[in-house]
Design a protein around this ligand. Structure first.
Ligand SMILES: Nc1ncnc2c1ncn2[C@@H]1O[C@H](COP(=O)(O)OP(=O)(O)OP(=O)(O)O)[C@@H](O)[C@H]1O
Ligand SMILES: [K+]
Ligand SMILES: [Mg+2]
Length: 702
């Protein structure tokens, strides 16, 4: 995408290089120029009330160019009138074209990216698993939700889905631009979701399709970057209404000017009235408003984030609180069992054996890693009455892990209940079975927690066996990024189902402002609701199925691309890099969008003051109110043309600013507001005085 911007996207000084697929930008300008004319179609033009009025004005001035006396006799020198009206017509027409071009070029950048994406997604032949278990060849467009397909080494995954069998690495560079392959395997959470259009680069996967044709991730991405589904955001609608009202006020002012002028015996020609109207209405922001919004969405995708609505992008600019889950978001999340710590006089072998028995049905990566470690230590299941693992499995029943109970385990004959899970959950279970918690248990889990690991308690009924150490690593570079969020006025809160000590160690290492430990999915929603009822705008970053409700509740929900399909569907943004600090860039983009819109609105309205002083005196100059001509412009005709030329040229001059956004610094909203009122308000008054004076001197009209 970099090639399409005159300067790289720059919301924050430390923002990292994004690697979204590069777009082909050749023909971008030709297409935008063509589209600028297509948008003259009144059915399209009417969508922008301010510019539509300019377009209507252009037609009116064109008519009085053909016949200056069309709306009543004014012309003392018809030919001189004709030339002036003709010049006004040309300038007004260019004003409309410039505004259309601004929108077209913003859309064009998205379209170029969409074309690149589309070329990465071609119809493939899929190997579908048929009801009788055999394999049939079908086109990828025939696949429906619930179908199962097999995808082997070198083949393209035909549609979005969840891995149900097999382990393989997948090259996701088609969507993320990241060339390192990602390991995919079935499981309850991360690493099982795959995206259509990506390629299997080792082994074979069986995939259950989760999206109907045309509804996949890449399809949605294309629709979004193309702007096909772009609807105006509430802020944008409010501003459009405000601008339309302002336009109406000026329309009335200009209309009442005519009888007034007649009264003082200086009739004003219709072309001059139109010119005055166009100069006064907020054409600068009216012409650039939609380009600013589209550019905001584009900027988000340049940061490798897919946003499903412009509203979410804007909301990012107002976020006060960021809630992050720990595992998989702040930490890398591939928690693997590293050590068994026995308590209660049990031997290492005994702990390993009970841990193995308690994980026989656990399909989570954590569970599988416990089985691996136990087998490595040579754990035997003799205490379960003999037989092979298969036979034991047949006699037993798996208790699945849930984020609510924070435990999992195995029930066996003779009322043997093996449980492993979060420390407080296991404590509660042991006590409920009449067991005791020895002090050495606390010492063991605290040691693991201080290392930032996740300790799991393991017990057989009321007998506590020990602690399983699940190792996890904090993603690098988080601290500086969270510092930056703090400077923007965003508070970060980490939420985790883990115990307090682990939570506080990880919270400290990552540099979040606050944390909540031992949280259930319900707690996650409650925390968000509590913040929201205190008037805060909340963003949530998460990856798991258990995060989905919270992602939906938050004002801005950002799902990690490594996360589950459920999380991605509940969120209104997906981060292809699975980077929890990406919100910094999103906040910057959102703020930049709001500031850019505010700055250009301020600038546009401030401009009118200067244009007013340029034009009004000239109109009444003949009536002997020449003292009003404080700008000392040459003559009425030159003054009007200078004001209109400035009014037209300021639109293309501001296109780069509208597309790239005004410079953003991590400051609070109030500081930014003050800064921008000073620059764009004051600058907006001064700039046109100077520019109009220069143009007046340059144009050869006497
Ligand atoms: N397979 C499992 N079997 C038993 N207990 C588990 C298992 N996986 C996790 N746990 C325990 O349940 C707790 C909650 O797990 P969960 O993955 O919901 O939240 P988390 O570890 O806080 O991650 P996150 O921060 O992403 O919410 C974990 O901290 C751990 O103590
Ligand atoms: K204007
Ligand atoms: Mg998680």
């Amino acid at each position: 995408m970099k090639a399409t911007t005159s300067r790289p996207p720059q919301p924050t000084e430390t923002s990292r290089q994004r690697r979204s697929p590069t777009a082909d930008t050749s023909g971008l300008y030709q297409r935008a120029i063509r589209d600028a004319f297509v948008k003259l179609d009144p059915r399209i033009a009417v969508g922008n009330p301010v510019m539509f009025l300019v377009w209507v004005g252009t037609i009116v001035t064109f008519l009085v160019t053909l016949d200056p006396n069309l709306f009543g006799t004014v012309a003392a020198e018809p030919n001189r009138q004709r030339v002036l009206n003709g010049l006004i017509t040309i300038i007004l027409f260019l004003t409309v074209i410039f505004a259309n071009f601004a929108e077209a070029i913003a859309e064009g950048r998205g379209k170029a990216q969409a074309d690149t994406l589309r070329s990465s997604r071609s119809d493939t032949i899929a190997r579908k698993v048929l009801p009788d278990g055999s394999i049939g060849q079908v086109s990828s467009t025939e696949l429906r939700k619930g179908d199962r397909v097999k995808v082997a080494l070198g083949e393209t995954i035909p549609a979005d889905g969840e891995v149900v069998a097999g382990v393989a690495s997948v090259d996701e560079s088609a969507i993320t631009g990241e060339s390192a392959p990602v390991l995919k395997q079935p499981g309850t959470d991360i690493a099982s979701s795959v995206t259509g259009g990506t390629r299997v680069v080792s082994d074979e996967l069986t995939i259950q399709i989760t999206a109907d044709p045309g509804q996949g991730f890449i399809d949605r991405m294309i629709a979004l970057v193309e702007g096909a589904k772009r609807t105006k955001t509430p802020n944008e609608i409010a501003l459009t209404v405000f601008l339309a009202v302002l336009t109406q006020v000026f329309l009335i002012v200009v209309a009442t000017l005519s009888p007034l002028a007649n009264y003082v015996n200086t009739p004003i020609s219709i072309a001059i009235l139109v010119a005055l109207l166009v100069a006064l209405i907020p054409t600068t922001i009216g012409g650039l408003l939609s380009a600013i919004g589209i550019a905001g969405m584009n900027r988000v995708s340049q940061f490798n984030v897919i946003a499903t609505s412009g509203r979410a992008v804007e909301a990012c600019g107002d976020v006060n609180t960021l809630i992050l889950d720990k595992t998989g978001t702040i930490t890398l999340g591939n928690r693997l069992a590293d050590e068994f710590i026995p308590v209660n006089g049990h031997s290492l072998q005994e702990v390993a054996a009970v841990a193995l028995a308690g994980s026989l049905f656990d399909e989570t990566p954590e569970g599988k890693s416990i089985v691996q470690l136990a087998e490595k230590l040579g754990a035997k299941l003799d205490f379960l009455g003999g037989g092979s693992i298969e036979q034991i499995r047949d006699r037993a029943e798996g208790i699945d892990f849930s984020a609510r109970t924070r435990m999992s385990g195995t029930d066996l004959p003779n009322d043997i209940e093996i449980r492993k899970g979060a420390i407080d959950a296991i404590r509660g279970f042991v006590r409920s079975r009449g067991g005791n918690i020895p002090d050495e248990f606390d010492a063991a889990y605290e040691r693991v927690s201080r290392l930032g690991g996740t300790p799991l308690g393991i017990c057989k009924n009321g007998d506590l066996y020990g602690v399983i150490y699940l190792k996890d690593i904090v993603k690098p570079g988080l601290k500086e990024r969270f510092d930056q969020l703090r400077r923007m006025g965003v508070r970060t809160i980490m939420l985790t189902g883990d115990n307090r000590i682990t939570a506080s160690v990880i919270a400290q290492e990552a540099g979040v402002d606050d944390f909540i430990a031992e949280a259930t999915p319900e707690d996650k929603i409650d925390v968000i609701k509590r913040e929201q009822s205190a008037g805060k705008l909340v963003a949530m970053t998460g990856d798991g199925t258990n995060d989905a409700p919270a992602l939906a509740q938050a004002n801005v929900g950002v799902a990690m691309n490594s996360g589950t399909q459920a999380a991605k569907e509940a969120a209104n943004m997906v981060d292809l890099d699975s980077d929890p600090t990406k919100l910094i860039d999103l906040v910057a983009i959102g703020k930049q969008l709001l500031i850019t819109r505010g700055a250009l609105t301020t600038f546009s309205i401030a401009n009118d003051i200067a244009k007013y002083f340029a034009i009004i005196p000239t109109i009444f100059a003949a009536a002997g109110i020449g003292a009003l001509n404080i700008m000392g412009l040459k003559n009425p005709q030159s003054a009007i043309l200078a004001a209109l030329i400035y009014n037209a040229l300021i639109i293309p001059a501001l296109i780069p600013l509208a597309l790239n956004g005004v410079k953003f610094r991590p400051l609070t909203a109030d500081q930014l507001l003050q800064r921008n009122i000073l620059i764009y308000g004051l600058g907006g008054v001064i700039a046109p005085f100077i520019a109009i004076k220069i143009i007046d001197v340059l144009i050869p009209i006497s």
